[in-house]
Design a protein around this ligand. Structure first.
Ligand code: CMP
Length: 138
């Protein structure tokens, strides 16, 4: 079944020039870009996006990091898009969880600087896409 997911190339990925690499992997997998935007993230959007992590020890540094430079936000569509992108991204920790061959496994070292974000469920995808792409519709 076709579904949509939110993908972010985080400030570390943009800074390191990995936007093309990430988009290329998305396209080669067979997923489609529905929307794509380079965006500076304000504190309000960052806190809403990461609301589930509010109160965790790394919350403040996560908010500072994601607001510290532009991100590339994409709405990505296709069959099983949510799981498909999470497979492309690899596990949250680039060394301890992400396998070589995944984006994080190939390019990352530290959990905070893990290059990309992908929605983790249909509910998260709907919530996050509404936040990042309010004009896109359902
Ligand atoms: P993401 O998939 O965007 O979802 C939450 C983010 O929090 C995660 O990727 C990491 O960038 C970050 N994160 C998770 N655990 C930690 C941690 N222990 N220390 C710092 N950042 C973390």
């Amino acid at each position: 079944m076709s579904e949509r997911t939110l993908v972010l190339v985080k400030p570390d990925g943009v800074e390191r020039g990995l936007v093309g690499e990430v988009i290329s992997r998305i396209e080669r997998k067979g997923l489609k870009l529905v929307a794509l935007e380079l965006k500076n993230v304000d504190r309000q959007l960052a806190e809403q996006h990461y609301a589930e992590h509010d109160g965790k020890p790394f919350f403040e540094s996560l908010i500072e990091f994601i607001t510290g430079g532009p991100v590339v936000a994409a709405c990505v569509e296709g069959s099983n898009a949510i799981a498909a992108f999470r497979q492309l991204a690899g596990g949250t920790h680039p060394v301890e969880k992400a396998a070589p061959g995944s984006i994080r496994g190939d390019f990352g070292l530290e959990v905070q600087f893990n290059l990309v974000h992908g929605s983790d469920s249909p509910e998260s995808a709907a919530r996050e896409l509404k936040l990042w792409f309010p004009d896109l519709g359902a």
